[in-house]
Design a protein around this ligand. Structure first.
Ligand SMILES: *Cc1c(COP(=O)(O)O)cnc(C)c1O
Length: 428
């Protein structure tokens, strides 16, 4: 399997190379050049996420990773991803049982594990530069913390993440440094992209990225869709339909990839918050970036989703893309309402991101008889400022998250410029 750039198909690379480079040399994003043609029978006898992941990802790996892939998948899934029935032909795929209580733990741990294998023999550490709108940085920091041969610099927009997210971002040490940027998420993302094109960074650091632009984050996210769809298929003989809370579009793209590999997945719906780039594009066929709008689902506050470039590469015809995926835009009023009524209506406490999927589910035709999986992207205890007042009590913090919170301390602040970043990163 090779990978090529979204901007120029002649830029080809193996999985190991894409993991280490992050971005293609022409500034494009790497995508798989082909997809394996699998069916549920290829997964016979495989019940848990790690072996299912190994079977699915085998065709995507190159020789440098093939022998370690089984161990990498087991390392990635050090926690369960339960599919919980909540009634009304609806199940919830709980992706929040990892160390930082959000789905990004899966991709971050796969990437950390893979890079650690690949850099085993190197004498220079690889520098992971990561922009975060909240959860990415925490997941990446937790996954890479104290791993040999890698250093990590996490950039987050000061004041644009919740207090609890900030606590998870800032408690790190050793090979992990966190920097607070005076700006929005798109500024952080731009800094990362610019560093990749910049001479000083190119000559002084072996740069890689751990954002959802890295194939090493994207591919493992296919695996929980594989597991959940197989479980549902074996139980019912039906392919489930899936609703994915989305911002930068990495998670939903992984779902579309899993379906393309032959997994039994029906309709894919992406739920956004009030930010408009995706719904505007699907409605009009014209893509444009929007100013980032702040909402209750902060990790989805993205005005110019980077994975849009991959979506448009795979589905250059907008009508074909409309067939592949539909989008629902959910505003803060609906998010609040769903969190508030969650305990009564679904016997569940939703986090603000998952609440967008719940709203999208409830907005379906009341006569819809199909089976739906709602993707729960985070644990509600990550967002107590929003959730606690709406349900009238404090959500219990899962123990791994409590450990992370206990370590937090303030991070240095910078203006959104490469010079300022270089100033702090020089001491990394
Ligand atoms: C990152 C994140 C999202 C959005 O995922 P994308 O892959 O960027 O679309 C949704 N919910 C939570 C909790 C997140 O952390």
């Amino acid at each position: 399997m090779t990978y090529h750039s979204t901007r120029d198909e002649s830029h080809r690379a193996s999985l190991s190379t894409t993991l280490q480079q992050g971005l293609a040399p022409d500034g494009g994003l790497f995508v798989p050049s082909s997809f394996p043609d699998l069916s549920p029978s290829d997964f016979e006898g495989l019940d848990t996420p790690a072996p299912i992941a190994h079977r699915l990802l085998r065709p995507f790996a190159d020789a440098a990773l093939a022998d370690s892939l089984d161990a990498i998948c087991r390392d990635t899934y050090g926690f369960p991803v339960p599919l919980t029935d909540v009634g009304r032909r609806t199940a919830v795929l709980e992706l929040f049982h990892g160390p930082t209580a959000a789905f990004k733990d899966v991709g971050a741990r796969f990437l950390a594990s893979s890079l650690s294998v690949l850099n085993d023999a190197a004498d220079e550490p690889v520098t992971i530069l990561v922009a975060t709108s909240g959860d990415t940085g925490a997941a990446v920091a937790a996954a890479f913390w104290k791993k040999p041969n890698v250093e990590v610099i996490v950039l987050y927009p000061k004041g644009k993440v919740s207090d609890r997210q900030e606590q998870q971002l800032t408690g790190w040490s050793h090979n992990v440094q966190t920097v607070a940027v005076r700006g929005v998420f798109d500024d952080c993302q731009r800094l990362v992209k610019d560093a990749f094109q910049n001479d000083w960074w190119q000559s002084n650091k072996r740069l890689s990225s751990a954002n959802s632009i890295n194939v090493g984050r994207l591919l493992p996210q296919m695996t929980y869709y594989a597991a959940a769809s197989l479980w549902h298929w074996r139980d019912t003989g039906r392919a489930p339909n899936v609703i994915v809370p989305s911002g930068n579009l990495g998670n939903v793209l992984a779902c579309l990839y899993a379906r393309r590999c032959g997994l039994p997945i029906g309709e894919v719906v992406l739920a956004t918050n009030a930010n408009r780039p995706v719904t505007h594009f699907l409605e009009t066929g014209e893509y444009r970036a929007f100013e980032t709008k702040e909402t209750l689902a902060t990790a989805m506050d993205v005005g110019n989703p980077s994975n849009m470039e991959r979506l448009r590469h795979h589905w250059p015809d907008v009508d074909a893309l409309r067939d592949a995926v539909t989008a629902r835009r959910i505003d803060d009023t609906a998010i609040r309402r769903q969190i508030e009524r969650g305990p009564k209506a679904w016997d569940t406490v939703w986090d603000p991101h998952t609440a967008t999927a719940v709203e999208a589910r409830e907005n379906l035709d009341p006569n819809d008889e199909r089976d739906w999986i709602l993707v729960a992207t985070a644990h509600p205890a990550k967002f107590p400022e929003v959730v606690d007042p709406l349900i009238g009590r404090a959500v219990d913090v899962p123990p791994p998250l409590a450990d992370v919170i206990a370590r937090s301390r303030p991070a240095p602040e910078i203006d959104p410029s490469l010079d300022a970043l270089r100033e702090v990163a020089g001491h990394a």
